[in-house]
Design a protein around this ligand. Structure first.
Ligand code: GAP
Length: 456
């Protein structure tokens, strides 16, 4: 269980420059958050970790950066224009608006509203007298479906013809480029297209910090394959996803699978990976066997063939897609909750420490002159040398203990002290954030020493 509540995490992120309320000086804009200097580093390092596991280390895997704005027909073909909505319900007493599925899931964690129709959800709420979380009354309106797509307009005329949408997911950019990647990379099935990018959803219900926002980033991964190979790949990516989170440092007991009972009509299987947040289990990833639905729809709506020609069997067919999608902001949040610790030290002092995987840490190393007057010049030399290879922080204010604490709380895995020995024999002491043990290392060996320890 995390050592920190959600409210405290929001304060922590603000204090140390990880995440700030969006448009804060204007009172904030609901469900928007800005990443500060340390948050950006952490987020970029998670992207790099994902790129390493999903693009670099996998055969036949290609990255894409498709535009946020796409032809409006894309969203008709994908089904988003007609059917991408949340079931909203209002409390008649206090007028608060809720998502009916969230009301049910919060009331009874064993109920599975994702498998219920709107009528079934209304019946569940009535039969179980589910109370309004704000006022406690059990007097709700019926459910209205609310479309989550953000619309905007291009050109000068604000009419129907000029409507474009901010994409609600990355996946469609990967689907419409299926043929481009296949041809330009001279590849064969199965192959994967991955993309990291922003997505936008008009979420109007409370967000639990960055868990549910209106603008967020996804790391999406689509594997195109032949029918018959799909379920094997689906099982593989479920496992691969869990392993990825464990590699980021999250223990298995704080992760679980949630297999979907009720599937959209075209899907063959779907499963989420959930993380144990302080507010309960929450989805951080989804793996879906989408069959050949997406490419079939794009063929139908665009008039362009999406068929694959298999040279070995002389067959033509529309490939299946196995999707594995990772919410970047939710991953950042899970990683932060997992890393934050409060430790009681001898003498009663409490140490706040962010035990991030070194690869994810915003700064890899801190450099401190023991005594400013005598050791600054050499310490600056060490700082200049290391900052060519790593995000390095220089700190010469306050006593050395305080400088260690400042590095612990932002997750810097190594703190280097430059002292009289450094001036004598070009060695420094390197303190490990987690064990607090110190080791003497030659300045010339530092780069290799740190590189080895921060590998992902
Ligand atoms: N292409 C499939 C797709 O978009 P999704 O389950 O709707 O599937 C994928 O979204 C992931 O994006 C989720 O697992 C979650 O981690 C993240 N996500 C979805 N909505 C979000 C929101 N409003 N705020 C932050 N992250 C969100």
């Amino acid at each position: 269980m995390a050592d920190i509540t959600m409210d405290k995490m929001v304060g922590f992120c603000k204090q140390y420059g990880f995440i700030f309320q969006g448009s804060e000086i204007y009172g904030g804009l609901a469900n928007t958050w800005d990443y500060g200097p340390l948050g950006v580093r952490l987020k970029n390092n998670i992207k790099d970790a994902w790129r390493k596991r999903f693009i670099q280390e996998r055969n036949n895997a290609y990255e894409l950066d498709a535009d946020i704005l796409m032809h409006p027909r894309v969203w008709e073909a994908s089904g988003h224009v007609g059917g991408f909505s949340d079931p909203l319900i209002d409390c008649k007493e206090c007028k608060t608006r809720h998502r009916a599925d969230n009301l049910i899931a919060d009331f009874d964690p064993n109920a599975h509203p994702d498998g219920m129709t709107d009528d079934e959800m209304v019946k569940f709420i009535k039969d179980n007298k589910v109370p309004c979380p704000k006022c406690g009354a059990t007097n709700f309106t019926g459910i209205r479906e609310f479309n989550l797509m953000f619309e905007t307009h291009r050109g000068v005329l604000k009419d129907q013809k000029s409507v474009v949408y901010l994409r609600p997911e990355n996946a469609q950019g990967e689907y419409v480029n299926f043929n481009n990647v296949l041809r330009s990379q001279r590849t064969k099935l199965p192959f994967s297209i991955g993309q990291i990018g922003k997505a936008f959803r008009n979420e109007i219900t409370p967000g639990n910090f960055t868990f549910r926002t209106i603008e967020f980033e996804q790391m999406e991964y689509q594997t195109f394959c032949k029918e018959g190979e799909d379920m094997k790949l689906y099982d593989y990516f479920k496992e691969y996803g869990k392993k990825f989170y464990m590699d980021l440092g999250i223990p298995e007991e704080d992760l679980r699978y949630h297999d979907h009972e009720k599937l959209v009509f075209y899907a063959k299987a779907a499963c989420d990976i959930e993380y144990k947040f302080p507010f309960g289990w929450g989805e951080i990833n989804g793996t879906h066997n989408r069959t050949n639905y997406d490419l079939t729809r794009h063929q139908e709506y665009s008039g362009e063939s999406q068929e694959y020609y298999d040279q070995e069997t002389n067959e033509k067919f529309i490939p299946y897609i196995v999707e594995s999608t990772y919410g970047l902001d939710r991953t950042v949040l899970a990683v932060l909750f997992n890393a934050y610790h409060e430790e009681k030290l001898e003498g009663g002092e409490t140490r706040e420490v962010l035990k991030l995987h070194p690869f994810l840490a915003p700064y890899k190393v801190g450099v401190f002159p023991l005594i400013k007057k005598y050791h600054s010049e050499k310490a600056e030399e060490v700082y200049q040398k290391l900052s060519k290879s790593f995000m390095t922080i220089y700190d010469d204010s306050g006593n050395i203990g305080k400088r260690y604490r400042r590095n612990d709380v932002i997750g810097t895995p190594f703190s280097i002290t430059v002292d009289d020995n450094t001036l004598k024999d070009n060695t420094v002491t390197v303190r490990d954030r987690d064990t607090m043990e110190q080791e003497v290392v030659k300045i010339d060996d530092l780069e290799k020493y740190i590189s080895e320890k921060i590998k992902f």
